[in-house]
Structures are given as C-alpha cells and as structure tokens.
Design a protein around this ligand. Structure first.
Ligand SMILES: [Zn+2]
Ligand SMILES: [Zn+2]
Length: 101
C-alpha cells in the first residue's frame, strides 16, 4: 500500500486560509444582526445593518473593518457593570438580568 495521495496541488488553494478569521468575524457579525449576507448574481454581498447606515460591500474584509467602526463605539452602556452594547434592545435585555437578581 503505497498510496501517497499527493495533494500538493491543492496547497495553493489553501493560501487564502487567512480568510478563516474573517469568516469567524462575519459569522459573529451576522449573529449579532450587525450585517446581512446576501447573494446577488452568485456573489455574496455584505450589507451593514446599523441604523442609518446603508453601507454594503462584496469584500468580507471591508465589511469586517467597517462594522468595527460601529462596534468600537458601543453607545449603550450599563451603569451597574462594565457591559456595553451597540443595540438598545440588547441593553434592555441585559438590564432585565440585573433586575432579576
Ligand atoms: Zn455601517
Ligand atoms: Zn450590567
């Protein structure tokens, strides 16, 4: 049995493995409803869901960087702990947790 399946050819395809981190960021941003991924003409388009923002791009690195400019601010802060969020609804949910204790 000498089946050395030389998968050397596929190595070059793995070069863009650095995108993996971005994929994680994007998944998180989608979970937080900060961005939306749409498919237009078989291409993925990332649309910023921030209120009063209509930014959209096909570049994953651009949308990650862009939404960072939003999340870096986090205007809704808890005055009982150091929790901060970018969505008022999240803060409301968080404050309810304080009230319950
Ligand atoms: Zn935006
Ligand atoms: Zn808190």
């Amino acid at each position: 049995m000498n089946q050395t399946s030389s998968a050397k050819n596929s190595i070059s395809d793995d070069i863009h493995i650095g995108v993996g981190k971005e994929e994680n960021s994007i998944r998180r941003l989608i979970e937080m409803n900060l961005i939306e991924k749409r498919f237009i003409d078989n291409r993925s388009l990332y649309v910023c869901q921030w209120h009063d923002c209509s930014y959209s791009t096909i570049r994953s690195d651009s949308i990650v960087r862009h939404s960072r400019s939003h999340t870096g601010e986090r205007p809704y802060k808890c005055h009982l702990c150091d929790y901060s969020t970018i969505q008022s609804s999240s803060l409301k949910k968080h404050m309810a947790r304080h009230l319950n204790t």
